[in-house]
Each structure stands twice: as structure tokens, then as C-alpha cells.
Write a protein that binds this ligand. Structure first.
Ligand SMILES: [Fe+2]
Ligand SMILES: [Fe+2]
Length: 270
């Protein structure tokens, strides 16, 4: 149904880690609340705990019948544990969740590009493709994920772009985790495509004890929406809510030069 407002409300959360021991029905109040308060929900990976189709079916049951808005997400490292990613993706698709893996979708005029992402570390401390071939393969994985994100972003023609990852593309949102595991929480190589396209916002999970907010080096807001962190910060509403201003970007003339008014999108809980 088209939205009769200037803004589209996005709810985002990650790391549901749905498992065999999750009590059936326990996520339904959360999905009902999200449906009331948002127009789109983003699920930022680690949807299941051991990556089994059985867990995905459990999560699909929570979603079906409760979640009334479109959902878009990515898989996380936990969703890869049992090698059943294709099945998980298909089960969640049937429940109305579109899982992106280097592909795109458009909802309510917003373009979404998603990848799982990978590890490797940040900045000058990032692991380089040097030495043993296994190290080169490790680094190659993050490069391949970054390339998938870049290709997806290039394909979108919408004025508003949102990137969804599981791993973090920047160090700021993993601060708070033990420093020893920073290299396993994300990789700066994932930030590259985000600096080349005018992304409105970036969402990721994976860093359960990180920081909720940071920015890419070109200024795009990055939100860590891991549910553990969300529960800690916003116990009444354990997800991030973000409003995207959909009014067309208006070129404004000032003293003869052309300045583009940035689409300011509002962050409701911070
Ligand atoms: Fe997780
Ligand atoms: Fe994870």
C-alpha cells in the first residue's frame, strides 16, 4: 500500500539468533510493535543461531501472521553454520522476508542493497592479502563481499539508498567489544562502496556489545542494531527507528552557487 506521508519509517534490528530453545511466540509482541510503528523492517543477520532450516521455520512462524509490513534482511555468520543458507533464504522468503546477498530490492521508493559482509579488521590494522594462501583467501572473502555491495548499489536507481550488512564496515560501531576480536567483527574494505554512493544510512549487526552509531568517512550514518545492544539502550523499544525523508532533493540557490539541500532523515530513538 502506498504511503501518504513525506517520510518512510524504518525499524531495524539484528541478531535474533532464533534457536530450538526459543519459546514459540516470544517474538510476536516485538513484531507486532514493529508493525505498528514502522513501514519497513530491516533484519541485519544472525536470524538463526545454528543456521538450520528448522530454526528458520521457527522464526518464519513468528513472522507470519504477526509482521504486517515488508521485511528486508541479510544472513549473518550464524546463518552459515550448517550450510543451509539457501533453505533458510527460501523459508524466510515464503514468510515475506527478502534476504539480500549482493542483490537489491525497492520498497516504498527506497532502494536496499544487502550483503552479509565478512571479517578482516579496520583501517591500517586490517589484514592484508600477503603470505600464506589461506590468508589471501580470507582477505579475498571481504573483497568479494565489498564488490557484491558495490554492484548492488550501482544497480539501484532510487534517490534514497540503504545498505544492510551483518558485519560492520567501520570500527566506531564495534568499540566496546574486546579489542582482540575487532578483526572478526567487520572490515574497512566493506566501507569502500559506501563512500562511493550517496547512501542515506547503513545498518549492521554482529557486534552485540558495540556502539549504536557511527559514520562512514564520507559522513553516512552507520547503525549497529544488534538486538542485545538495542535491549540495553531502548528496553521499551528494542529496535532502531529511522525516518527517511522522501521529499525530492531540492537544489537551493545561494549567492549564485548551487547547493543541494541534504535529505535530513530523523532518528527517533537515540
Ligand atoms: Fe550475532
Ligand atoms: Fe554474527
Amino acid at each position: 500500500m502506498p504511503i501518504q506521508r513525506d517520510t518512510v519509517r524504518i525499524a531495524a534490528l539484528g541478531d535474533l539468533h532464533y534457536s530450538r530453545t526459543t519459546v514459540q511466540g516470544s517474538l510476536q509482541p516485538l513484531f507486532a510493535q514493529i508493525s505498528d510503528e514502522a513501514d519497513i523492517v530491516i533484519l541485519a543477520g544472525d536470524l538463526t543461531d545454528f543456521g538450520t532450516a528448522e530454526e528458520a521455520r521457527g522464526l518464519a512462524r513468528e513472522i507470519s501472521g504477526t509482521l504486517k509490513i515488508p521485511a528486508v534482511g541479510v544472513l549473518g555468520n550464524h546463518d552459515c553454520e550448517s550450510g543451509q543458507q539457501a533453505e533458510i533464504r527460501a523459508i524466510l522468503k515464503d514468510a515475506g522476508v527478502s534476504i539480500l546477498d549482493g542483490d537489491t530490492t525497492e520498497i516504498h521508493g527506497i532502494g536496499f542493497a544487502g550483503i552479509k559482509g565478512f571479517a578482516g579488521g579496520f583501517g591500517r590494522r586490517a589484514l592484508g592479502p600477503w603470505g600464506e594462501s589461506i590468508i589471501k583467501s580470507f582477505v579475498r572473502e571481504a573483497l568479494d563481499e565489498a564488490l557484491k555491495l558495490e554492484t548492488a548499489l550501482a544497480r539501484l536507481r532510487t534517490e534514497r539508498l540503504i545498505a544492510v550488512l551483518h558485519c560492520s564496515p567501520i570500527q566506531d560501531t564495534v568499540e566496546g567489544e574486546p579489542r582482540e576480536i575487532f578483526p572478526f567483527l567487520g572490515c574497512s574494505r566493506l566501507e569502500e562502496p559506501l563512500t562511493r554512493y550517496p547512501v542515506t544510512a547503513v545498518f549492521h549487526g554482529h557486534a552485540h556489545h558495540g556502539q549504536p552509531e557511527g559514520r562512514t568517512r564520507t559522513g553516512a550514518p552507520v547503525f549497529n542494531v544488534s538486538i542485545g545492544l538495542m535491549r540495553e539502550l531502548f528496553p521499551e523499544r528494542p529496535f532502531r527507528k529511522f525516518e527517511v525523508d522522501m521529499r525530492p532533493t531540492v537544489p537551493e540557490r545561494r549567492a549564485g552557487d548551487r547547493r543541494v539541500v541534504e535529505p535530513i532523515s530523523r532518528i527517533e530513538n537515540r
